[in-house]
Design a binder for this molecule. Structure first.
Ligand code: CTP
Ligand code: MG
Length: 221
């Protein structure tokens, strides 16, 4: 089974508030996007496409291996992955879609996703349990319900797909649709999504606190 990785890196990182696109922000001296590309390759992906903000392609090329293909992203993550999928071509059996914003994802997570695909799953997501008590509130912030957390999971990336299944699901999706991940795209097309174990280190860097935690984890011991 051959696999292509698509790294969604075209976001601005408004919640992080850095002076450059989030994927170019440094972690232990290397941009987040370089960590994400390394993870995919180390985990067994054969080639990688990185989706960048259109105006920043040169800056990305300067920090990534020459073998990485760069393509212009869109206004939403959904549009960016759609562009990456188009550029990825038809050679690979499987596609793994990963967030540049999850720099410390261990390669073992990639390997678990690839193994589930090789075993025949059409769609695979890494997940973790919900550990906090989880509630619903009304408009005033008053708790209306406790949500049983047993069946709940937090979904991470990389998410893996049979390539033809993902291509068909994006083709069926409205051009203007905006979904937060790719498993939602295939589920909208009726495809069952399998889960494998995620990893706390695959946490997403969203706000400055997350980057501070990542720096602690990445520091040499
Ligand atoms: N992403 C993308 N194209 C977009 C928006 C997001 O490729 N138009 C990517 C981001 O680069 C990131 C991943 O999707 O790696 C997850 O998105 P998020 O964490 O929300 O990143 P940003 O959209 O950049 O951050 P923010 O929402 O705070 O602006
Ligand atoms: Mg965003």
């Amino acid at each position: 089974m051959s696999a292509v990785g698509i790294v969604a890196a075209a976001g601005s990182g408004s919640r992080l508030g850095a002076d450059r696109p989030k994927a170019l922000v440094g972690l232990a001296g290397r941009p987040l996007v370089a960590w994400a590309v390394d993870t995919l390759l180390a985990g067994g992906v054969d080639e990688v496409v990185v989706v960048t903000p259109a105006a920043e392609r040169d800056a990305f090329a300067a920090v990534l291996p020459g073998s990485v293909q760069l393509v212009d992203g869109g206004a939403t993550r959904t549009a960016s992955v759609r562009a990456g999928l188009l550029a990825a071509g038809a050679a690979a059996d499987a596609v793994l879609v990963h967030d540049a914003a999850r720099p410390l994802t261990p390669p073992e997570v990639v390997a678990r996703v690839l193994a589930a695909l090789a075993a025949g799953a059409p769609a695979v997501v890494p997940v973790l349990p919900v550990v906090d008590t989880t509630v619903a509130v009304d408009a005033a912030g008053t708790v209306t319900d406790a949500v049983p957390r047993g069946p709940l999971r937090r979904v991470q990336t990389p998410q893996g797909f049979d390539r033809t299944v993902l291509v068909a699901a994006y083709a069926a999706l409205d051009d203007a649709a905006e979904l937060t991940d790719d498993a939602a795209v295939v589920r909208a097309d009726g495809v069952p999504v399998t889960t494998v174990a995620g990893d706390e280190r695959a946490a997403k860097v969203t706000v400055p606190h997350d980057l501070r935690i990542a720096e602690l984890l990445a520091a040499p011991r």
